[in-house]
Design a protein around this ligand. Structure first.
Ligand SMILES: NC(=O)c1ccc[n+]([C@@H]2O[C@H](COP(=O)([O-])OP(=O)(O)OC[C@H]3O[C@@H](n4cnc5c(N)ncnc54)[C@H](OP(=O)(O)O)[C@@H]3O)[C@@H](O)[C@H]2O)c1
Length: 214
């Protein structure tokens, strides 16, 4: 697939690199310097390149949105018309000091994003995992027990794309249901971050779901 990265920081830089290693055609965009995007593309190899958000969005089969919530308006403006595009968003609706969700309980960042670009196909994914574990998960992807990764969305086709990209990174995708379920996964992502960075688990913390047997 052609995958455009909107926001090439900790999440976008790493996920874009892993998508490229998994065989996708990646365009890194949206960092404070063009040199950083070019370095990411060089290091990711496999034909990855640097571009503008508009170039990343053009012809993309999927876009990863990985910016701070405060940058959302700017990056969407630069990306241009996203009608029909599959957007995997790992962006959490955090306030400027990263201490609280600014959208929660009766809505979610993912739903707010979908309302903002009503013709796009939004999936909420990858926000429940600390960026530090991504390379290790990819390295271990051939093991039989993969860590689970929850995602949610309303569009069937977009969810199929998400399943493939989640598997390519090395996780087992867990479909949590419609996009409104992001009301629960986004606060859950903060719990994971709290445990990973401030608890004793460390960023390697991952989680698994066991099916309850009847
Ligand atoms: N990090 C995690 O482990 C994690 C986990 C789950 C969810 N999330 C969510 O994922 C999203 C991205 O997080 P992140 O940790 O990847 O953030 P980040 O490292 O700060 O990356 C954000 C990207 O946006 C770019 N950017 C910021 N201001 C810009 C500007 N004025 N012009 C152009 N580019 C600009 C940054 O550029 P530079 O590269 O030049 O800094 C960077 O590439 C957030 O919504 C966060 O809540 C993060």
């Amino acid at each position: 697939m052609r995958v455009g990265i909107l926001g090439s920081g900790r999440m976008g830089g790493k996920l874009g690199t892993l998508f490229a290693r998994a065989g996708h055609e990646v365009v890194f965009s949206y960092a404070r310097s063009r040199a950083k995007l070019e370095r990411l593309a060089r290091e990711a190899r496999h034909g990855a390149r640097a571009g503008t958000p508009r170039e990343a969005a053009q012809d993309a089969d999927a876009l990863l949105l990985a910016v701070h919530w405060s940058r959302l308006g700017d990056v969407l403006k630069q990306a241009g018309d996203l009608s029909g595009k599959v957007i995997l968003s790992c962006s959490l609706p955090m306030n400027a000091s990263d201490t609280a969700l600014v959208v929660a309980r009766t809505s979610s960042g993912a739903e707010a994003l979908a309302r903002r670009i009503p013709k796009a196909r939004v999936v909420s994914a990858f926000n429940t995992v600390p960026s530090e574990v991504l390379f290790d998960v990819f390295e271990a992807r051939r093991r039989s027990k993969r860590p689970s990764l929850v995602f949610c969305g309303d569009d069937r086709r977009a969810k199929k794309v998400a399943v493939q990209l989640i598997r390519d990174v090395g996780f087992e995708p867990v479909d949590a249901g419609p996009l409104r379920i992001a009301r629960y996964t986004e606060p859950f992502a903060l719990l994971v971050a709290q445990l990973a960075y401030e608890g004793s688990g460390g960023p390697e913390l991952a989680y698994r779901f066991e099916r309850f047997e009847a």
